[in-house]
Ligand binder design. Structure first.
Ligand code: GDP
Length: 456
């Protein structure tokens, strides 16, 4: 066992603040003994795993609280160590006192993510799965919840592990050749290796490109509503948010600050960034150049270009669309004020692929717009059960793996000797292994687990 995992750690596992109950968790060899020292009720050291016991926690003779103690005896626990969960009344004062008395009886305060780190070190799950625990706790939409759950249950890891297995086989064959260098034998068929690397490339490319979607699932879609002053941007935002969060007014320039808000469509969060900057000049073309707006636009993954069909001209609109096309961010052209629309612009917008005609005022056709937004994000990949990469660390490592694999391919193309080939293969294996934690360094682990909260 890792020496660091020998002390018994304790932390509050429920959120800080007043609650009906608060749960304190201990993990480590002495978790049950330490709890038993401060607990009055049954002798906890003589109880079976997965049982719950009522009693009091005391500091000397003083009762701190009446509690329920749940026991999980190693290895049948989250960390695979002895784990005790003490359910107390949820007063911050009580919880602090209980933790204090546990500390003075031999436990130490857990570091951020230390429970999950121990679970990983003791083989409960691999690194990608441990990271999914954090994602699961933070999931705030159906899609992010589903992605985290999938990853926690091993979907992503299985695929990476299968890839590694195949590569390891080849690496060992190539390395075996090195032992028989004088005899000029080839255990690893170069054509087969090339085929394997091509397959790997394909799988890895797919995972890499799934990150766009994964990022959307995890972090939502930053969406900008762009358009001339008075086009109805605030009205649309309000209509979408279905509440009066933005100021709507007849006077251009009322929306001074960026209002960021979120709606959930079909399990995906769309984060709206109101482009107040567009109001700073009346010339729309110039307005596009307003730096602040440009920056907001660049941060967006999706732009709703709102056209005022009552007042905008077709020529101007086409210029704007041209600019949007050059920006390279997916956009949807939305014609607003369908109740007062000029015929020419209405016809022009209808001809644009994927456009929607709405009235933000009367919420007309808002559902069609929502459907269109979801279409642009394209959740199809996710729903079909494919693995989606949502973690930037995994994404980085996949990019590095792809580069290393490219080196293997280049090496094969140039007929390099086995030792060089083996080196490049090992490099790819290293990056793949870092994803699932087959290869770890203390720095890597510290970096990952320090991002967790204390108590997780
Ligand atoms: P913004 O400057 O783009 O944020 O525009 P606002 O949302 O403040 O709207 C400007 C004006 O257009 C307001 O008077 C709205 O009531 C009006 N407006 C918004 N949507 C519609 C619509 O669908 N039809 C009509 N006739 N007026 C609208």
């Amino acid at each position: 066992m890792n020496p660091a995992t020998q002390d018994t750690i304790v932390a509050l596992s429920t959120p800080p603040g007043v609650g009906a109950i608060g749960v304190i968790r201990l993990s480590g060899n002495d978790a049950i003994d330490i709890t038993n020292k401060v607990f009055k009720g049954k002798d906890l050291t003589k109880q079976e795993s997965h049982t719950i016991h009522f009693g009091t926690v005391r500091d000397g003779d003083k009762i701190i609280d009446e509690v329920l103690v749940s026991l999980f005896i190693a290895p049948k626990s989250f960390t695979k160590e002895n784990v005790v969960e003490i359910s107390c009344h949820g007063s911050p004062f009580i919880l602090k006192q209980v933790i204090k008395v546990l500390l003075s009886n031999g436990a130490r305060l857990a570091r951020p993510g230390e429970f999950t780190q121990r679970a990983f070190i003791n083989g409960q799950f691999d690194l990608a799965q441990a990271e999914a625990v954090a994602d699961l706790i933070n999931a705030d939409s159906e899609a992010s919840h589903e992605a985290a759950l999938k990853q926690m249950r091993g979907g992503f890891s299985d695929q990476i592990k299968a890839l590694r297995e195949e590569l390891i086989h080849f690496a060992s064959m190539v390395e075996l050749e090195l032992d028989f260098a004088e005899e000029d034998v080839e255990f690893a068929d170069r054509d087969d290796l090339k085929k394997l690397i091509h397959n790997l490339h394909e799988v890895i490319n797919k995972l890499i490109s799934s990150f766009d979607l994964g990022n959307v699932i995890k972090n939502g879609v930053p969406t900008v509503i762009a358009g001339k002053p008075n086009a109805g941007k605030s009205t649309l935002l309000n209509a979408l948010l279905n509440e009066e969060k933005a100021i709507v007014s007849d006077i251009a320039g009322t929306t001074r600050d960026f209002i960021e808000d979120e709606i959930n469509l079909g399990g995906i969060n769309f984060r709206f960034i109101d482009t107040a900057g567009l109001r700073e000049t009346t010339d729309t073309i110039e307005a596009m150049g307003v730096q602040r707006t440009q920056e907001q636009m660049k941060k967006a993954s999706l732009i709703i270009y709102l056209v005022d069909m009552a007042n905008d001209s077709v020529v101007e609109m086409n210029k704007e669309i041209n600019k949007l096309e050059n920006l390279g961010i997916p956009f949807v052209v939305v014609g607003n004020k369908s109740d007062k629309a000029q015929e020419d612009i209405k016809t022009a917008i209808s001809k644009i692929k994927g456009s929607v005609l709405i009235s933000a005022n009367s919420h007309e056709n808002l559902e069609a717009l929502k459907d269109r937004l979801l279409e642009v994000v394209n959740l199809d990949n996710f729903k079909s059960g494919d693995v989606v990469v949502t973690n930037i660390r995994h994404y980085d490592n996949l990019l590095k793996t792809r580069d290393a694999l490219q080196d293997v391919l280049n090496g094969l193309g140039m007929n390099v000797t086995g030792d060089f080939l083996a080196m490049d293969i090992r490099q790819s294996l290293h990056y793949l292994g870092e994803i699932t934690g087959e290869i770890t360094t203390d720095d890597l682990l510290a970096n990952i687990f320090s991002k967790f909260c204390i108590g997780k």
